[in-house]
Design a binder for this molecule. Structure first.
Ligand SMILES: [Zn+2]
Length: 217
């Protein structure tokens, strides 16, 4: 559990740490004193997934480095899509690539439901067909208008078309599927950074009420 985090409640705070300390870093009393279930430490699952173990998924990672080590909130991001065996297909200024390494820490959006057996059998063929288009020649690449995101979204829409479902715009896809996960990932990264510097991250329970009301709005 190299990047595992856990959370426990004490003296009006939620405290995030790598491990439960003997004494609460806020008040100095024993950290796990109460028998109340709501105060028991809980593991916070990492929002990152090994993309090579995620079949038929949309993946997002920093263009350089990794989210937990290198991402500063403004770094360039790169996206791709996996086939059914975890090879990542992606497009950049040198064309289409098929990677079996390098996508070990990603934000991941699964693209199909377990019930879609028919589709999974066709997935790799659709992906190869999409890659074969001249749209993805290196000379067609444009950093803003014809990039990694254009490629993955074109493929997502090709899959939706095959199922006779409505196409998604970049904006719809991002807002519905990507942003909820990237928000969670940014929060996790900031907690990890705080813990790397100070061993703990504190959330006042009043802050938490505020976050809840913000999330509800
Ligand atoms: Zn305390």
């Amino acid at each position: 559990m190299a990047d595992g985090l856990l959370k426990f409640r004490h003296c009006g705070h939620e405290i995030f740490a790598r491990a439960v300390p003997e004494r609460c870093p806020r008040c100095g009393r024993p950290a796990v004193s109460s028998g109340r279930l709501q105060d028991a430490p809980v593991a916070i699952p990492s929002p990152f997934v090994n993309g090579h173990q995620a079949s038929a998924a949309f993946l997002l990672r920093p263009t350089q480095g990794s989210f937990l080590k290198d991402y500063d909130g403004n770094s360039d991001l790169h996206v791709g899509v996996t086939n059914t065996t975890g090879t990542v297909y992606h497009y950049n200024e040198t064309g289409i690539h098929r990677d079996d390494l390098g996508w070990e820490q990603c934000v991941c959006v699964p693209l199909i439901q377990p019930s879609m057996f028919g589709l999974i059998n066709q997935w790799d063929r659709y992906l190869e067909e999409c890659c074969a288009s001249e749209d993805w020649l290196p000379c067609r690449y444009d950093e803003h208008d014809h990039n990694c995101y254009t490629f993955t979204l074109t493929f997502v829409n090709c899959i939706l078309a095959a199922q006779e479902r409505k196409q998604l715009s970049k904006c719809e896809f991002t807002e519905r599927f990507v942003l909820p996960r990237t928000r969670r990932a940014s929060k996790y990264i900031s907690i990890c950074k705080e813990i790397a510097g100070n061993n703990f991250y504190f959330l006042d329970c009043s802050d938490k009420e505020e976050m809840k009301s913000q999330a509800a709005n």
